[in-house]
Design a protein around this ligand. Structure first.
Ligand code: GAL
Length: 396
């Protein structure tokens, strides 16, 4: 089947989390190289996205955006061409307001010119922010405008809205034409941030779906506190702040694995934010876990439902995502600070042993069959850890 743009949660890499304004032609090319050499492209990652700070502070005399001459001396098209030559797609960033969050020109009142420029440069993806939005203009109108401009640009350009969940975005973003929409403020490289974002979206799963995905922000997997982004490192309420040898912020590999599992099963785009030129073996294993990725990329894009553990409902829960072939993706999560027993009662999935049915489980972390179970599956989950399972309904 042909894959339409934005049909499934987009997968790729974005420059912001690790590099902020320190981006360049060389960095983007190296990211594209790493995407291929590290096996990320083969695992499904596709977009290389250049975030804020790629342009000069002023438009040219004809009102066009100008690539920063020092960072991108050969312009953006040359970089996009290189990314394409690696079998990847190229993304760029602009803003619905007068300026981007870092103070570069925004696309307000230049939407059609900018969309045309991006199309000429070979852009395949536009992340569209919400800073400096004129107060009197409704956000939905601005996203509709850029969507119309992109759709009329003559090139397939994926539209990634980034208004941080503001102004009831859930209600209008699908109609505005975006393929994905940020639903939260910026992520930080800390367990507290991962937990906060995940919990804020488990009751919002009905809003995402094919061609319009709930974007819980870029992944921090593999950052280990290594970024020049002060915000992402500002782990003020994080118990792991200043941990030895990790700088400020940073998570354990267990926490990163749980983060990836949450984003995957909740249907978020999977946009990597670490330095993919220097991934640890654990980072690579987490990001290229094909079983977990396949749950994220299921063609029906159904949001999971949540089943909370009765005696610790806030921190211990399962997310169950029906998949297109009749099986389920199931995540068991312990976001609390103590080991907890999560018991998944199959009755809650509609599977009753009285009807002679049970579940055959497959462990997406060990890549092994876990066996056939009737009535329930129980596991002790260590703090901040998770299990990802695929489940098939079987006759007992
Ligand atoms: C924020 C956005 C971040 C990043 C940044 C760039 O508004 O949420 O993901 O794009 O702007 O300035």
């Amino acid at each position: 089947m042909e894959k339409y743009i934005g049909m499934l949660p987009p997968m790729g890499w974005n420059s912001w989390n690790t590099f902020t304004w320190e981006i360049s032609d060389g960095l983007i090319r190296q990211a594209a190289d790493a995407m291929v050499s590290e096996g990320l492209r083969d695992a499904g990652y596709e977009y290389i996205v250049t975030d804020d700070c790629w342009s000069e502070k002023q438009r040219d005399s004809s009102g066009r955006l100008v690539p920063d001459k020092r960072k991108f001396p050969d312009g953006i098209k040359a970089v996009a061409d290189y990314v394409h030559s690696k079998g990847l797609k190229f993304g760029i960033y602009s803003c619905a307001g007068t300026h981007t969050c870092a103070g570069h020109p925004g696309s307000f009142e230049h939407e059609f010119t900018d969309a045309e420029t991006f199309a000429q440069w070979g852009v395949d993806y536009l992340k569209y922010d919400y800073c400096y939005k004129p107060d009197g203009i409704p956000g939905d109108v601005l996203y509709r405008r850029m969507s119309a401009a992109l759709r009329g640009s003559g090139r397939d350009i994926l539209f990634s809205a980034c208004n941080w969940g503001a102004d009831n975005v859930y209600e209008w973003i699908k109609g505005a034409g975006a393929h994905m929409f940020r639903s939260t403020g910026d992520i930080q490289d800390s367990w507290a941030s991962i937990k906060r974002i995940a919990l804020s979206q488990t009751d919002k799963q009905c809003f995402g779906g094919p061609f319009c995905h709930n974007d819980m922000d870029m992944l921090v997997v593999g950052m280990y506190g290594g970024s020049n982004n002060e915000f992402i490192n500002a782990a003020t309420d994080d118990q792991f702040a200043n941990r030895e040898g990790k700088g400020i912020g940073g998570c354990t590999d267990t926490e990163y694995r749980t983060h990836f599992a949450l984003w995957a099963i909740m249907g978020s785009p999977l946009m990597i934010g670490c330095d993919i030129r220097k991934m640890s073996p654990a980072t690579k294993e987490i990001l290229t876990n094909r079983d977990v990725i396949s749950i994220n990329q299921d063609i029906e894009c159904r949001g999971p439902y949540r089943i909370s553990q009765w005696n610790n409902p806030e921190n211990l829960f399962a997310l169950v995502k029906p998949l297109h072939d009749g099986s389920f993706g199931i995540g068991l999560f312990n976001l609390g600070d103590r080991t907890g027993e999560m018991s998944l009662q199959f009755w809650d999935l509609g599977i009753s042993s009285a009807a002679g049915r049970g579940l055959e489980l497959y462990d997406c972390y060990s890549h092994e069959k876990a066996g056939v179970f009737s009535e329930r599956f129980a596991a002790n989950i260590p703090p901040h850890d998770s299990m990802m399972l695929k489940a098939k309904v079987v006759r007992l």
